[in-house]
Design a protein around this ligand. Structure first.
Ligand SMILES: Cc1ncc(COP(=O)(O)O)c(C=O)c1O
Length: 436
C-alpha cells in the first residue's frame, strides 16, 4: 500500500522516504555512492548552487549531480528551452532538429571531433568508443590507466580502485560479476608514467586497438609530457587514442582537456555537462575511425552496432544546446577558475591552519580534498596514502553544516556558485576542521 506522506513534518517525511528507499532500492540508493546514514538525505529541489532536502535543510551543492549541472540547478535558460520542447514530443528515435543542432555544435567545439554518435550514458559512450577502435584497427586489446574511471561496463572495471599496485599490465576486476576472460583483453598501466606506458604500447602494438585515458584522471593532473608521450606512441603504431572527457568536457575549458592540455586524441567521449543535466552522452572523433558506425557504407556484419532507444533524445539535446549557449558566453571559464581557485586555496589554508595535511588536487573547476603529506602525487597509488578516514569524517562534518559533498570524492563548481557561497563554504569547512 502506498504511504500517505501529507500529514507529517519534513523531517519525518524524509525519515520515512529513507526507510522506503532502504527497503525497495537495492542497496538503499541509486548507485555506487550513498551518503553515510547519519547525514543521508532525500533531495527535494535544486536552484542554482543550492539544494534543499525533504526535511527542509538547505545545502550549497558541490556535487551537482556528479558533475552535469555545470550551470547550477534549474537554470532558467535550460528550463525554458526544455519546457518549450516538451510540448512537441519527448522521443522519436529518428532524426530531430535539437539532436542535429547539438551534434553540429559539439563537432565545432571539440578539437578532435569530425563526426559524432549519441549515446544514453557515459558508460555506453566509452563502451562503444572501444568497440569502434577495435573495428577500425582489427585488434582487440585495450590499455587503460590505474585509477581511471570509464563507467560500469566489463572492459572499464579493471584496476580502477586497487588498494595495491597491479601486476602490470594485468589488473584485478573492480566489480563482482565480470568475466575473468575479459582481463586478458584489458591492459593496465600506472597514470603519469610515460616510460611504462610507451613500453607497453610498443610491446603490445600488434594487438592493441585503443588506449583510453581520463586526461585529468579523477583529481590527478597529467604531468607535462605524459599525454604527449602516449599520443606519440599511439600515433606511431596506429593505436586509437581515446580521451574520456565525460568529466572534463566543457568543464575545465570550452574545448575540454584537449584544449587545456594541448593534446588531441583520435576519439573522445563526452557526457555530464554537455547535456545540461539531462541524460545524454556521445563519442566523437576522426571521421575515418567513426566511419565504423556508418551503415550507409558498411554491410551490417562489418558495422559497429551502437543503437540505443533514447540516442539523440530531443529533450536532452535541447537542454544541451541551451547549456552550451550559456557556457559559450564570455567570462564562463574565468568565473569557474576564480570561484574554484578561491575554494581550493581557502580549504587548504583552513585545513593546514588546523594542522591537517590538506591538499586540493585537480583543476579549479573540479578538484578533490585529500589529506596526505606527499605533495608530489602523480598516480593512483600515490593517492592511496591519503587519510581516507579523516576525509570521511571531515566530509560528514561539512554535510552536517550544509555542504552537499561526496566525502573523499570531488568538489564540482558551477556557474551559479557565488562569492557569498564561497565565503559561507569556507566558514563551514573551517568549523568542520575545528571539531576534528
Ligand atoms: C570519466 C568518466 N567516464 C565515464 C563515466 C560514466 O558515465 P555515466 O555515469 O554517464 O555512465 C563517468 C561517470 O562518472 C566518468 O566520470
Amino acid at each position: 500500500m502506498a504511504t500517505n506522506l501529507t500529514a507529517v513534518s519534513g523531517a519525518e517525511q524524509q525519515r520515512e522516504l529513507l526507510a522506503i528507499a532502504g527497503r525497495v532500492l537495492a542497496g538503499g540508493g541509486l548507485g555506487l555512492f550513498t551518503l553515510p546514514d547519519e547525514v543521508n538525505l532525500v533531495v527535494a529541489e535544486g536552484k542554482g548552487s543550492h539544494v534543499t532536502d525533504v526535511a527542509g535543510r538547505d545545502y550549497i551543492d558541490y556535487h551537482l549531480g556528479s558533475g552535469p549541472d555545470l550551470l547550477g540547478h534549474a537554470h532558467p535558460a535550460i528550463t525554458a528551452a526544455v519546457a518549450a520542447q516538451l510540448g512537441k514530443g519527448t522521443t522519436f528515435y529518428f532524426l530531430n532538429e535539437p539532436a542535429i543542432r547539438l551534434a553540429e555544435r559539439l563537432v565545432e567545439a571539440v578539437p578532435c571531433a569530425e563526426t559524432l554518435h549519441f549515446t544514453g550514458s557515459g558508460t555506453e559512450a566509452t563502451f562503444f568508443a572501444l568497440r569502434v577502435a577495435r573495428a577500425h584497427t582489427k585488434r582487440s586489446k585495450i590499455l587503460k590507466f590505474e585509477g581511471g574511471w570509464h563507467g560500469m561496463h566489463d572492459y572499464a572495471l579493471w584496476g580502477t580502485v586497487p588498494s595495491e599496485a597491479s601486476d602490470y599490465p594485468r589488473a584485478r576486476p573492480d566489480s563482482a560479476g565480470i568475466p575473468e576472460v575479459i582481463g586478458g583483453e584489458v591492459l593496465v598501466a600506472p597514470f603519469n608514467d610515460p616510460e611504462r606506458a610507451v613500453e607497453l604500447i610498443n610491446q603490445h602494438a600488434h594487438e592493441l586497438a585503443a588506449v583510453i585515458v581520463e586526461p585529468l584522471q579523477r583529481v590527478l593532473t597529467p604531468r607535462p609530457g605524459f599525454l604527449e608521450a602516449v599520443r606519440e606512441a599511439t600515433r606511431r603504431h596506429g593505436v586509437v587514442l581515446i580521451f574520456d572527457e565525460i568529466v572534463t568536457g566543457f568543464r575545465i575549458a570550452w574545448g575540454g582537456a584537449q584544449e587545456r592540455y594541448g593534446v588531441v586524441p583520435d576519439l573522445a567521449t563526452y557526457g555530464k555537462a554537455m547535456a545540461g543535466g539531462f541524460p545524454m552522452a556521445c563519442l566523437v572523433g576522426r571521421a575515418e575511425i567513426m566511419a565504423a558506425l556508418d551503415g550507409r557504407r558498411l554491410p551490417r556484419t562489418e558495422l559497429v552496432w551502437a543503437s540505443g532507444t533514447l540516442n539523440g533524445n530531443p529533450i536532452s539535446a535541447t537542454a544541451g544546446l541551451a547549456a552550451l549557449d550559456v557556457l559559450s558566453q564570455p567570462g564562463t571559464y574565468e568565473h569557474l577558475h576564480r570561484i574554484g581557485g578561491r575554494l581550493r586555496a581557502g580549504i587548504v589554508e583552513a585545513g593546514r591552519r588546523r594542522g591537517f595535511p590538506t591538499q586540493a588536487l585537480g583543476e579549479d573547476a573540479v578538484f578533490g580534498i585529500r589529506f596526505l603529506e606527499n605533495d608530489d602525487v602523480k598516480s593512483w597509488l600515490d593517492l592511496q596514502a591519503h587519510d581516507r578516514a579523516l576525509g570521511l569524517r571531515w566530509g560528514i562534518e561539512c554535510l552536517k553544516r550544509g555542504l552537499l559533498v561526496n566525502p573523499n570524492e570531488k568538489f564540482y563548481v558551477s556557474l551559479a556558485h557565488t562569492d557569498a557561497d564561497v565565503d559561507r563554504t569556507l566558514e563551514i569547512c573551517d568549523a568542520a576542521f575545528a571539531v576534528l
